[in-house]
Design a protein. Structure first.
Length: 123
């Protein structure tokens, strides 16, 4: 069953990848985790949903997939997410901080146009 889940996950869906990784970790399915990570999900996920990207970062961190975290960070998720709601964006910024991507957090926070438009939406 774990093999089937790993083989069928949509690599462009960061939340689905995270859920499968965390599920495989819970059932100690190391081979399936390795197989899924070998597909390079960080190169395939869509970066527009900040909550899903945050969830993927957390899932990669749970399975200690440092290479995939690095690959995902290289795609600069903070610069690519859509900022329609401050709550999911906060989750992404927190996840970036947790994986050591403080520079991306700082760069995003220093961008007044994005921050001001987000603050306008929040009020």
């Amino acid at each position: 069953m774990a093999e089937r889940a790993a083989a069928q996950v949509a690599l462009d869906d960061p939340a689905a990848v995270a859920e499968i990784l965390e599920g495989l970790q819970a059932v100690v399915a190391g081979e399936q985790i390795a197989a899924l990570l070998a597909c390079g999900p960080a190169a395939h996920v869509v970066l527009d949903d900040p909550a899903a990207v945050a969830e993927m970062l957390e899932g990669l961190q749970v399975v200690a997939a440092k290479e995939q975290i690095t690959a995902l960070l290289a795609r600069d998720p903070a610069a690519n997410v859509l900022c329609h709601n401050p709550r999911p964006l906060g989750w992404l910024l927190e996840a970036l901080h947790e994986v050591g991507a403080q520079e991306q957090v700082t760069v995003w926070l220093s961008g007044p146009p994005r921050m001001s438009s987000l603050m306008t939406q929040a009020t």
